[in-house]
Design a protein around this ligand. Structure first.
Ligand SMILES: [Zn+2]
Length: 92
């Protein structure tokens, strides 16, 4: 086993640790809007979700994401993100 350092992050829904590249980053921008950060390079507080529908559903249940990002999502903002999540596959 090579001891290669791969950055790991925790999905806020299932709490599993995964390689950063297997998770989708959400970032709370300075304007308070939560955006997808597919490049994982945007500045701001970030949270991670698996690229699977189940975790997005779970992540938006209650205030899990808002709690992780310490922000308040507007209805529009939340819906945009949920829509993205529903385009993801259910497995994997
Ligand atoms: Zn997950």
């Amino acid at each position: 086993m090579r001891n290669k350092h791969i950055p790991q992050r925790t999905c806020i829904a299932c709490q599993q640790k995964k390689d950063k590249k297997d998770l989708i980053r959400l970032v709370c921008t300075s304007s308070g809007v939560v955006e997808l950060d597919l490049s994982a390079k945007k500045p701001g507080r970030g949270a991670y979700l698996c690229a699977r529908k189940d975790c997005w559903g779970e992540g938006f249940k209650g205030n899990r994401l808002e709690h992780a990002l310490r922000t308040k999502l507007s209805d529009d903002n939340r819906q945009t993100l949920i829509n993205y999540g529903s385009s993801l596959g259910g497995e994997g």
